[in-house]
Design a protein around this ligand. Structure first.
Ligand SMILES: NC(=O)c1ccc[n+]([C@@H]2O[C@H](COP(=O)([O-])OP(=O)(O)OC[C@H]3O[C@@H](n4cnc5c(N)ncnc54)[C@H](OP(=O)(O)O)[C@@H]3O)[C@@H](O)[C@H]2O)c1
Length: 244
């Protein structure tokens, strides 16, 4: 396999304060990348950065609400300015509302989910692309969901946001192929994080699913980040065990 080392690479991980994003940020740093860690909770991303530092890696925390385009621009400028460019963007920040049939759903809440999971991703990609182009190559990894690929009752906001993210992934992949920038979706399947703390959270997946810890998602993230400049793009890579 002709995987690239992440030594001398610069990565940004959104939602790096906990859960899957924290695990991916730690793994990228362990693999040699300098990492910009973003989320709204400064104490959580500072903790991620502290852990990376203790392990000998390089990272900075930039408090960011991904729904705010100016804050996202500040994030990307700050990380690229601090580490001399940008190679890898992991679009991971996300929220999941409870389950509500459309008929009983709250329109403001619906919009908020789209704002974070889809518009947030758009803001991040839009601000990062000029820096990735400057490098002559790059990787964008979107953290999607199986819910973006199929309809499940009560999941309209989350599923529509992730379906939109999957389409954004494919459109970006077409727009950026000529610049050696590959764009792929990582579908983690059920992961034991704060997102799944609702009473029926992980248990609703049943025994047939692979319920994993955040660190079990990192190998696939690193695999995608380390692909050659001309590698898979517009693809979805899933850690789900079943299709339903
Ligand atoms: N856990 C699963 O089973 C699962 C399955 C499939 C897909 N996913 C996806 O994986 C991603 C990570 O989820 P997780 O399970 O690790 O959830 P999590 O533990 O709740 O972490 C979510 C992260 O996103 C950040 N975030 C939320 N809203 C933000 C905003 N407006 N601006 C910036 N950062 C924001 C959070 O920090 P702040 O709140 O401090 O901002 C936190 O760091 C999400 O996109 C989720 O949809 C998760």
């Amino acid at each position: 396999m002709n995987l690239q080392s992440l030594e001398h690479k610069v990565a940004i991980v959104t939602g790096a304060g906990r859960g899957i994003g924290r695990a991916i940020a730690l793994a990228c740093a362990e693999a040699g990348a300098a990492v910009g860690c973003a989320a709204r909770s400064l104490s959580e991303i500072a903790d991620t950065v502290g852990t990376i530092g203790e392990r000998g890696g390089k990272a900075i925390a930039v408090q960011t609400d991904v729904t705010d385009p100016a804050a996202v621009q500040h994030l990307i400028d700050t990380v690229a300015g601090s580490f001399g460019g940008l190679d890898i963007l992991v679009i991971n920040a996300g929220i999941s509302p409870g389950r509500h049939p459309v008929e009983n759903s709250d329109a403001e809440h619906w919009q908020e989910v789209l704002n974070v999971n889809l518009f947030g991703a758009y803001h991040c990609a839009r601000a990062a692309i000029p820096y990735l182009k400057q490098r002559g190559a790059g990787k964008i990894i979107t953290v999607g969901s199986g819910m973006g690929h199929r309809g499940k009752p009560g999941s309209s906001a989350y599923s529509c946001s992730k379906a939109g993210l999957w389409m954004l992934t494919r459109v970006l992949a077409q727009e950026l192929w000529d610049y050696n920038i590959s764009v792929n979706e990582l579908v983690p399947g059920p992961v034991d994080t704060r997102m799944n703390t609702a009473p029926d959270g992980l248990s609703s997946f049943g025994d047939s699913e692979w319920i994993k810890g955040p660190e079990e998602v990192t190998q696939l993230a690193l695999f995608l980040a380390a692909q050659p400049d001309r590698g898979p793009s517009a693809q979805s890579f899933s850690l789900m065990r079943r299709d339903g």
